[in-house]
Ligand binder design. Structure first.
Ligand SMILES: Nc1ncnc2c1ncn2[C@@H]1O[C@H](COP(=O)(O)OP(=O)(O)OP(=O)(O)O)[C@@H](O)[C@H]1O
Ligand SMILES: [Mg+2]
Length: 459
C-alpha cells in the first residue's frame, strides 16, 4: 500500500466557500424519526422534499443507493440547491461531496469529459486504517538552530531543532532535521502543545494544548483543543488512524509520482491538464486489489450537478456509463426546466435529459413556497447576513419574492442595507428595498432591457 500517501481532500472545503448564499442551511432539520421539523437547521417548510432527502441520506449511509441517481425538479428559488447542500452536511465530513454546475463544463480549456471524470473520481472515497509509528507527547522544551536563508541572507530559517516531549509516564529529547524543524516553526509549536511526529514520513501534527506546563504561555481563547491533563503512555508508539482519500487524490498522487520519474529522466516537467487514462486504470486495479484483500472500504460519495439541463448529449452518455461502472458515486441533479431541447441534439425531452437516463432517476419534486414560508426564509436570511429589516421592508421583500423570485429578493437585502447605511440608518426600510430593486434588476427585466436596446448592445 505504499502507493497511498497523505493527500488531503479539499473538495468539501471548496464547496463550503462557494455556498455563501446557503450559509444558513445547516442540515435537513429532521427529528430522530426522520420527520422534517417545520423550521429547523435554517430550513423552512418544503416538508415532502426534505423528507425524501432524508430518505436519500439514509440510503446513502447504508450503501443502498449505488448506481442510482436523484433529480430535484422545481421552479427557480424553490430550494433545490439548498436541499443538495443540506444533504452534504448530513452526510458528514468523511463522505466525499462534489458540486458541479452544468455551465462549468464549458468554461475551461479542459475537455468536458475530463471535468466530469475528475468530479466523479473526487466523489469516490476509500477509507483505510493505517498503523503509523509516531513520537507523541507534550512539548516541554523546544530550541531551534538557525541558519541564513540560502536566497536571502537577512532572514533566518531553522536548520534543525531539539525538542523534549513528555507524557505522564515517559520523556524523550529528540534532535530533528530541517524539514521537521521547518514544520515546527510553521505551525508555531510552543511549550504546552500536544504534538505527534510521524516517525517515517516526518510529518508534524498539532493535536491540542495541555494545561499546566512549566514556562508555557496560555491564552484565554485557544484555537486548539485544550486538555486538562497530561496524556499517558510511551512517547514512541504505534498508532492506528483512519483516513479517507478519493480516487482523484490517488490519480493525482500517481500522476505526480510518474511525472517526477519522467522529469528526472528528461530533465524537465511538463504541465499536465489531463490525467492519462492509463494512470486511472492502474489506480483502479490497485484499488480493486486492496478492496478484495479487505484492506480498505469503498466510500461512495455524492456528485451534485446543478443546472443539469446545461449538459449535452455527450456529457449525459458519459454519466450513464459512469452509473453502470463499478466505481460510481451517487449522482444528484437539479434543474428548473420543463420540456426542453437536449443540448447537442434536436430532441425535446423532460428537463432536457435523455429518456434512457430519465428512466434511472428517482425524481423529487420541489414545490414553490407560500408567502408565509418566504417571509420566514427572508427573516432567517436577514439574520444570517446581519441585516435589520423594518416590518414594511419585510412585506416588500415577500412581495418581490412572490412576483419575481425568492433568490432575487434575497439578493436585494445587502444592497438595501448599504443604501440604508448611507442614510445613516441601522434599520432597512421599504424605501431602501425599493431603491435597491431599481438599481439591480432581475433576469426577466434584464432580458426586456436587452431586447429594448438590442441594436445598441454588443452582439
Ligand atoms: N426551505 C428553505 N428554507 C430556508 N432557506 C431556503 C429554503 N429554500 C430556499 N432557501 C434559500 O433561498 C435561496 C434560493 O434557494 P436555492 O438557490 O436553493 O433555489 P433553487 O431551487 O436552487 O433555484 P434555481 O432553480 O434558481 O437554481 C437560497 O439562499 C436558499 O438557501
Ligand atoms: Mg439552484
Amino acid at each position: 500500500m505504499s502507493m497511498i500517501r497523505e493527500v488531503k481532500d479539499e473538495s468539501k472545503k471548496e464547496i463550503l466557500k462557494r455556498i455563501s448564499a446557503h450559509s444558513h442551511i445547516r442540515g435537513l432539520g429532521l427529528d430522530d424519526k426522520g420527520e422534517p421539523i417545520q423550521v429547523a437547521d435554517g430550513f423552512v417548510g418544503q416538508i415532502e422534499a426534505r423528507r425524501s432527502a432524508g430518505i436519500v441520506v439514509k440510503m446513502i449511509k447504508e450503501g443502498r443507493l449505488a448506481g442510482r441517481a436523484i433529480l430535484f425538479i422545481g421552479p427557480p428559488g424553490s430550494g433545490k440547491t439548498a436541499l443538495a447542500i443540506a444533504i452534504a452536511r448530513e452526510l458528514g465530513e468523511d463522505t466525499p461531496f462534489v458540486m458541479l454546475n452544468g455551465a462549468e463544463l464549458y468554461s475551461t480549456e479542459v475537455k468536458k469529459t475530463e471535468i466530469l471524470m475528475r468530479s466523479v473520481r473526487r466523489a469516490i472515497g476509500i477509507r483505510f486504517r493505517e498503523i503509523r509509528r509516531v513520537y507523541e507527547g507534550v512539548v516541554k522544551e523546544i530550541k531551534f538552530a538557525l541558519a541564513p536563508h540560502p536566497f536571502n541572507p537577512y532572514t533566518k530559517i531553522p536548520r534543525s531543532a531539539r525538542i523534549t516531549l513528555s507524557t505522564k509516564d515517559d520523556e524523550k529529547t529528540l534532535d530533528v532535521d530541517q524539514s521537521i524543524a521547518m514544520q515546527l516553526m510553521q505551525f508555531n509549536i510552543r511549550r504546552g502543545d500536544l504534538i505527534s511526529i510521524d516517525a517515517d514520513s516526518g510529518e508534524v501534527f498539532k493535536l491540542g494544548r495541555v494545561k499546566g506546563i512549566e514556562k508555557a504561555k496560555y491564552y484565554d481563547v485557544e484555537t486548539y483543543k485544550v486538555l486538562e491533563e497530561m496524556p499517558k503512555g510511551k512517547i514512541f508508539k504505534e498508532k492506528e488512524i483512519i483516513r479517507t482519500v478519493t480516487l482523484h487524490d490517488l490519480d493525482e498522487a500517481y500522476a505526480t509520482q510518474r511525472k517526477a520519474v519522467i522529469a528526472s529522466l528528461i530533465g524537465i516537467g511538463g504541465e499536465e491538464r489531463e490525467i492519462d487514462p492509463e494512470i486511472r486504470r492502474a489506480v483502479d486495479e490497485q484499488v480493486r486489489k486492496i478492496l478484495s484483500e479487505g484492506k480498505v472500504v469503498l466510500v461512495p460519495g455524492v456528485l451534485f450537478i446543478d443546472d443539469v439541463h446545461m449538459l449535452d448529449i455527450e456529457a449525459f452518455s458519459f454519466l450513464t456509463r459512469v452509473m453502470e461502472s463499478e466505481f460510481s458515486p451517487i449522482i444528484i441533479m437539479a434543474t428548473n426546466r420543463g420540456i426542453t431541447r437536449v443540448r447537442g441534439t434536436d430532441i425535446e425531452s423532460p428537463h432536457g435529459i435523455p429518456l434512457d437516463l430519465l428512466d434511472r432517476l428517482l425524481i423529487i419534486p420541489v414545490r414553490p413556497y407560500t408567502p408565509d414560508e418566504m417571509r420566514e426564509i427572508i427573516m432567517i436570511r436577514a439574520d444570517e447576513e446581519g441585516v435589520r429589516l423594518s416590518k414594511d421592508a419585510i412585506d416588500l421583500l415577500v412581495k418581490i419574492a412572490s412576483e419575481r423570485s425568492l433568490r432575487y429578493s434575497i439578493q436585494l437585502m445587502h444592497p438595501a442595507k448599504v443604501i440604508a447605511e448611507r442614510k445613516e440608518r441601522d434599520e432597512v426600510k421599504a424605501e431602501d428595498v425599493e431603491e435597491a430593486a431599481k438599481l439591480f434588476i432581475d433576469v426577466t427585466q434584464s432580458v426586456e432591457f436587452a431586447k429594448k436596446w438590442e441594436g445598441k448592445l454588443i452582439k
